[in-house]
Design a protein around this ligand. Structure first.
Ligand code: MIC
Ligand code: SF4
Length: 658
C-alpha cells in the first residue's frame, strides 16, 4: 500500500511508535519557531530544564505580536528573547521585521522538514511541503533540547482540488469554503493533505494562505506536495538548493476525501464571530463598513497586498471607511516601497503600518464601538479585536479593498461591473525576494552573554504531584468552542504580563466572568466545565498554566482542542471528557468529587472515572491519554516530570541515541 506525503515525512522522522491512527508517535523535529508572546516561557522553561544549547537544525525566535512596545514590559521581553537567542543559539528576528510565519516562510521553510512552533499557525510552511505543527511552548522547549515531539498519529485526509480559481476568487475562499463545510472542529485529529489537478494552479503564497488557516479547522496541520511552483518560489527566494520533490504515492490511502472544485468558488466571507460562519459575500452586501485591514500571517504577504494596491491605483477610498495595510514582513514592505506601490496606496488613503500581528490580537486599530471591520485575518473571535461586542468579518484582500472603496460590503465582481475599469488583479510574485536581511540575526552574529531579565520576567510556577483525592466546586460552566482568547485574552492590557504568571492569572477567563480568578483562588481547587472543542484557537500555554496557578484541578468537557489538551497535561490539569447528558446536568457551583484514587488510576491506565456531584448523583468521565501523558499528569506536569526523569537518570529531553 502506498504512503501519503504526511506518512512519508513522519516515517523519516519517527523515533518512537508506529504510524497507526490514534497511536502515540514520537518524531524528531528539524526546525523550531517561537514568537514574542509565547517565547519568553519557552526560554524560561529551556533554562529551567538545564538545557545548554539548541539541538535542532534550526531555531528561530521572532518578535512580531507586540512590536509597538507600548510598555517597557514588552521591550524587556524582546531584549530577553534576543539574549536567549544569543545564549542558546537561535536566529533572532527583530521587532518590526515581520510576523513569524511570513519571515520563516521567506527564510527557512523547506520541503520534507519537520517543524514545531509555539504558535497555532505554525502549519503555514505546509504550502512548501514542510510538516509543521503548532504546540505549547514547553513542548517546543523540549524539542529544542533535542527531545522527540509526541503526538497521536492523526488521520490523513485527502483534500482533492480540481479546476482553477476564477477571477476574484482567491486562496482565502478555498479555506473559507472548507470552514463553511467542516466547521471549526472539523479538522481535529486530522492532517489535511492537498492533492489533485488543482494544486498546480496555485502558487506557493496561495498554498500557504490555505495551510495557515487550516488551523481554524482544528487540524493538526495541512500540507501540499512540492512541484515546479515550489521550486520556482524557492528560487525567487534565492534558496533553490533547498528544493526537494516530495508527494504522496499514487496508491496512497487516505482516511477520507474532500473534493473542492476551485472553478466553483466565489468570494466568501466569515461573519462575526467565528471563522466558520461563512457565506457568499453577496449575501451580506450593502452592510456599511467602518474599517478594513489587510495583513496578518494569512493574507499579509507581498502577493496579498499587491492586488489591493492595484485595485487602489488612481482611486481613493470611501470617506467614512479606514483602510489599514499591515504587511506580514518587512521584506514585503520594502519590495512594495521600492516598486512605488506604498506611495500609490498612501495616495489612495491607506494607513500603512509596520509589519506586525498587532491588530489581529487587538493591539492597535481597535474598531470603534458598534462598528463593522473587515479583515483579511484568520480569526474573528468575539472581543479579539480589542473591543467587546465587535463585528469582525474575515475575507480576502480583494473583498476588503472593494469594501474600502465602496464603504460597504460588496462582491468585487459587482464593484467591477459598477466601476467599469476595475480589473481582477490576479496574483503576481516579485522576480526576486531580495529585501534586506538586516533584521535577521543569525546565532553566529548574536552576543552570547547570558539572559537579560527585566523586573516583569518571573519564574514558571511548578505544580505538585497529582493528588489521590480530587474534589472541589464547579468554578465555571462554559459553552461549546471556548477559545484560548476567552481563557487568557491577548489584548495589550493583558499581553504585557505573558512573562509574569501571578499577574497574568488575574485575567483568567475574565472575558467569560470577570470574578472568576478571585473565585478560583478563594476556592483553592475546583473544576472547569465546558462543551465541545474546549480551548480551540491559539497555542498559548498560559491558558493552562494560569488556571493551574489559580488552583484549578481539571477540566470536564465534552471534547478538547488538540493543542490545549496537550497543554493541560503539560501543566498537570486532568482533562476529562463527559457526555452531553452530564454536561447538561452539571451546574456552576456544584460540588464535584472524583471518587477514584486519581493519582493511582491515572498512572495505572484507568480510562473511566466516576464523578460524584453534590453527593447526590454520579456520572462517568473519560480520560483519553497515552502512558506518557499519564506519567506527566501524575508528576504534576511536564517540567516536573522531565526534571524527575533526568534526576533518576531516565529520559532526558535528548533523544535516546544522543
Ligand atoms: C493567535 O493568533 O492567537 C496568537 C496570538 O498568534 C497565538 C499565540 C499566542 O497566544 O501568543 C497562537 O495562535 O498560538
Ligand atoms: Fe499573529 Fe494573528 Fe497570525 Fe496569530 S493569527 S500569528 S496574532 S497574525
Amino acid at each position: 500500500m502506498g504512503q501519503t506525503l504526511t506518512e512519508k515525512i513522519l516515517e523519516d522522522h519517527l523515533v518512537e511508535g508506529e504510524l497507526e491512527t490514534g497511536e502515540e508517535i514520537g518524531i524528531e523535529i528539524d526546525q523550531v519557531l517561537t514568537q514574542d508572546t509565547t517565547g519568553t516561557l519557552v526560554w524560561l522553561q529551556f533554562e529551567a530544564l538545564d538545557l545548554d544549547d539548541v539541538q535542532t537544525e534550526l531555531a528561530a525566535q521572532y518578535c512580531d505580536h507586540q512590536t509597538y512596545q507600548f510598555d517597557f514590559k514588552n521591550t524587556d521581553d524582546h531584549r530577553f528573547l534576543r539574549s536567549a537567542a544569543g545564549t542558546f543559539g537561535a536566529h533572532f528576528s527583530r521587532p518590526g521585521n515581520g510576523i513569524c510565519h511570513n519571515v520563516h516562510k521567506e527564510n527557512f521553510a523547506a520541503p520534507g522538514k519537520t517543524m514545531l512552533g509555539s504558535d497555532s499557525h505554525t502549519p503555514t510552511p505546509g504550502g512548501l511541503g514542510e510538516l509543521a505543527i503548532g504546540s505549547g511552548g514547553l513542548d517546543v522547549a523540549v524539542a529544542m533540547g533535542g527531545g522527540p515531539y509526541y503526538i497521536e498519529m492523526p488521520e490523513v485526509v485527502n483534500v482533492r482540488l480540481e479546476g482553477e480559481l476564477p477571477d476574484w476568487a482567491t486562496a482565502k475562499d478555498v479555506i473559507l469554503e472548507l470552514l463553511r463545510r467542516l466547521s471549526v472542529k472539523g479538522g481535529v485529529g486530522k492532517v489535511l493533505e492537498y492533492t489533485g489537478p488543482g494544486v498546480e494552479t496555485l502558487t506557493v503564497p496561495e498554498r500557504t494562505t490555505i495551510t495557515n488557516m487550516g488551523t481554524e479547522l482544528g487540524a493538526t496541520t495541512s500540507i501540499f506536495p512540492t512541484d515546479e511552483e515550489t521550486e520556482d518560489y524557492l528560487s525567487r527566494l534565492g534558496r533553490e538548493d533547498e528544493y526537494v520533490e516530495i508527494g504522496p504515492d499514487e496508491d496512497a490511502e487516505y482516511a477520507d476525501e474532500i473534493v473542492v472544485d476551485l472553478s466553483d468558488l466565489e468570494p466568501l466571507i466569515a461573519q462575526p464571530s467565528m471563522p466558520d460562519n461563512v457565506v457568499p459575500v453577496s449575501e451580506v452586501a450593502g452592510t456599511e463598513v467602518d474599517q478594513c485591514i489587510i495583513g496578518s500571517c494569512t493574507n499579509g504577504a507581498y502577493e496579498d497586498i499587491l492586488p489591493a494596491a492595484k485595485m487602489l491605483e488612481g482611486r481613493e477610498i470611501n470617506k467614512t471607511t479606514d483602510l489599514i495595510v499591515a504587511p506580514g514582513s518587512k521584506q514585503a514592505s520594502e519590495l512594495l516601497a521600492r516598486e512605488g506601490w506604498v506611495a500609490e496606496m498612501m495616495a489612495a488613503g491607506v494607513n500603512f503600518s509596520e509589519a506586525t500581528c498587532g491588530a489581529c490580537i487587538g493591539i492597535g486599530h481597535v474598531p470603534a464601538s458598534d462598528s463593522v471591520s473587515l479583515r483579511t485575518f484568520n480569526r474573528n473571535f468575539e472581543g479579539r479585536s480589542g473591543i467587546e461586542d465587535d463585528s469582525v468579518y474575515l475575507c480576502s484582500p480583494e473583498v476588503a479593498t472593494a469594501a474600502a472603496l465602496k464603504g460597504e460590503i460588496v462582491d468585487p465582481r459587482d464593484l467591477a461591473d459598477e466601476l467599469g475599469d476595475l480589473e481582477a488583479p490576479g496574483l503576481e510574485m516579485p522576480e526576486k525576494y531580495d529585501g534586506s536581511k538586516a533584521d535577521l540575526i543569525s546565532p553566529d552574529e548574536a552576543p552570547d552573554d547570558g539572559l537579560i531579565k527585566g523586573p516583569n520576567i518571573g519564574d514558571v510556577p511548578l505544580k505538585d504531584e497529582l493528588d489521590s483525592h480530587l474534589a472541589g466546586p464547579t468554578l465555571l460552566k462554559m459553552e461549546d468552542n471556548i477559545t484560548t482568547d476567552h481563557i487568557i485574552p491577548a489584548t495589550q492590557d493583558i499581553l504585557m504580563y505573558r512573562s509574569n504568571i501571578p499577574k497574568l492569572s488575574e485575567f483568567t477567563l475574565s472575558r467569560v466572568d470577570d470574578e472568576f480568578a478571585q473565585r478560583a483562588l478563594d476556592a483553592d481547587g475546583g473544576f472547569l466545565v465546558a462543551g465541545e472543542n474546549y480551548g480551540q484557537g491559539s497555542s498559548r500555554e498560559h491558558a493552562a498554566l494560569c488556571p493551574m496557578y489559580l488552583g484549578v484541578e481539571g477540566v470536564l468537557a465534552q471534547s478538547f482542542a488538540r493543542i490545549h489538551k496537550a497543554n493541560l497535561f503539560n501543566f498537570g490539569l486532568i482533562p476529562l471528557e463527559i457526555d452531553e447528558e452530564t454536561y447538561e446536568k452539571i451546574d456552576e457551583g456544584d460540588d464535584v468529587e472524583i471518587v477514584d484514587d486519581v493519582a493511582e488510576a491515572v498512572r495505572s491506565g484507568q480510562e473511566e472515572f466516576t464523578v460524584r456531584v453534590n453527593d447526590d448523583w454520579e456520572a462517568t468521565a473519560h480520560l483519553d491519554a497515552s502512558a506518557r501523558e499519564r506519567e506527566i499528569l501524575a508528576d504534576g506536569g511536564k517540567l516536573s516530570h522531565t526534571k524527575k526523569q533526568a534526576e533518576s537518570g531516565g529520559d532526558s529531553p535528548a533523544p535516546a541515541d544522543d
